[in-house]
Ligand binder design. Sequence first.
Ligand SMILES: Cc1cc2nc3c(=O)[nH]c(=O)nc-3n(C[C@H](O)[C@H](O)[C@H](O)COP(=O)(O)OP(=O)(O)OC[C@H]3O[C@@H](n4cnc5c(N)ncnc54)[C@H](O)[C@@H]3O)c2cc1C
Length: 235
Amino acid sequence: MVNVAPKDIVILGAGVAGIRAALDLEKKIDSRTGRIVLVDENDYHQYLYKIQEVCNKDYEEKDIIVPIFRLIKGKNIEFIKASVRTVDPERRVVDTTGGEIPYDILVIALGSHIAYFGIEGLEENSLTLSSFEAAREIRSRIEELFKEVAQKTFDTLKFSIRGFDIDLGAKWKKIKYVDDFVICRNIIMKDEKTQFLLAVLSKPPESDDIERYYEQLLDWAVQNSFPDLEKLSTI
Ligand SMILES: Cc1cc2nc3c(=O)[nH]c(=O)nc-3n(C[C@H](O)[C@H](O)[C@H](O)COP(=O)(O)OP(=O)(O)OC[C@H]3O[C@@H](n4cnc5c(N)ncnc54)[C@H](O)[C@@H]3O)c2cc1C
């Protein structure tokens, strides 16, 4: 049994609510008569409201995750790292992986669970935005998708533009992204050092008709990548 003095407040969860409750209550509690015990299965706090940015920015772990000891440093708050299993209100104890913790006053701030609303296949086929690690997983899946672009052969495309007759070979790739397709090709110049990605975003085709891509690619290329296309003529 974890040793907790009488008249103690036990706070389950060191998320936004738990930390706020601990810090506010600490100002009101006389340390001679009671203590505040904060329990969480992790010894860090996550700035959850920032994690969506991890999906598309180079956020570091330290920008999102802060050790709990740093938040309660110098305060009359004891931290216990343990996972909460059950609460027995009759005996006024919390059962945790670190043993039983008795309480006089209990604050439950254990956050939420993802709801799948009984929709078949949703849990197995979705990614959740629930933690720093989960956000990193989403980001790496997006990056994987773009890498696939470089591996899947799409079709042969040959086009001429402003006097250049360029055969880009049979290595166009396409990838479905949101409601559109990105089609692109990794171009390696003769010197084998210079590389660039020639890409065009297009609406999903109604058929696999290459001409549709051909027209869109030409328009896009004229507007955006004439210098690159000039280099291509040397391939
Ligand atoms: C992507 C995203 C963006 C958001 N943006 C905003 C925003 O802009 N503004 C806003 O107001 N809110 C935002 N929110 C919501 C906000 O983050 C939550 O409302 C808030 O975190 C809830 O606080 P909480 O303390 O109740 O739970 P949480 O912050 O989830 O904390 C729960 C704590 O309990 C711990 N815990 C859970 N189970 C156990 C267990 N069995 N044993 C031990 N410990 C356990 C967890 O480790 C965690 O530390 C956002 C949330 C997300 C996911």
